[in-house]
Design a binder for this molecule. Sequence first.
Ligand code: PGA
Length: 250
Amino acid sequence: MRRKLVVANWKMHGSRAENAPLVEAILAAPSHAGVDCVLCPPFVYLQEVGRQLRDAAVKLGAQNVCAEAPGAQTGEIAASMLRDVGCEYVIVGHSERRHLYGEDDVLVARKVAAAQSRRLTPILCVGEQLAEREAGETEEVLARQLDAVLALSGAGAFEHAVVAYEPVWAIGTGRTASPAQAQQAHAFIRRRLASRDAKIASGLRILYGGSVKAGNARELFTQEDVDGGLIGGASLQAEEFLSILAAARG
Ligand code: PGA
């Protein structure tokens, strides 16, 4: 039985004044028993949010990581630094990184490896664009994105990783994949990995992301291969986010 996981991706939102009450509301909510929860604020707020989370069951994650070791990489953040400020997770290969900042499958795979070398759990984002779905290429895209990690690090990389299926056309658009569409993609991802290692594939948590809200979370999370969610916009509103956590609790 895979434990549900809900990850808040704040993206480039928040301020010190806004973050504190949001985190406080999440921590004050009835126990998160049975569900894992990770908050991913922008880099500059990691330490402060981390201090607020201290000893709580809610974990800290970053939104990106540099593939390189510490060195001459102006403006970048190394995996060891994320670990140093208390991160346990890091989002890797989010579609905004892939499409706005040109991160390709090979770079994303190297970031997964860099995270794992510092015992950070990567949350590997995969997903097709609208034109690719309409051309019937969804599975081809997902396979290509997963295979880059398999080629660099092998199936073992997925033993301590999370995958997030985020159809690009559903991110921040208010247009959610139907539960059946999500289930189909998640099942494909699990099958693809099972062909390399059935045990790791059956234990892997695969999150759905893309316009998850309190109103659609329950139906998505009850799909067999949907193990939780990666939540953008709705994670910035305490009440909405707490309802999503409750939906994951079942
Ligand atoms: P959204 O974003 O929930 O605002 O669609 C999800 C994500 O990009 O992780």
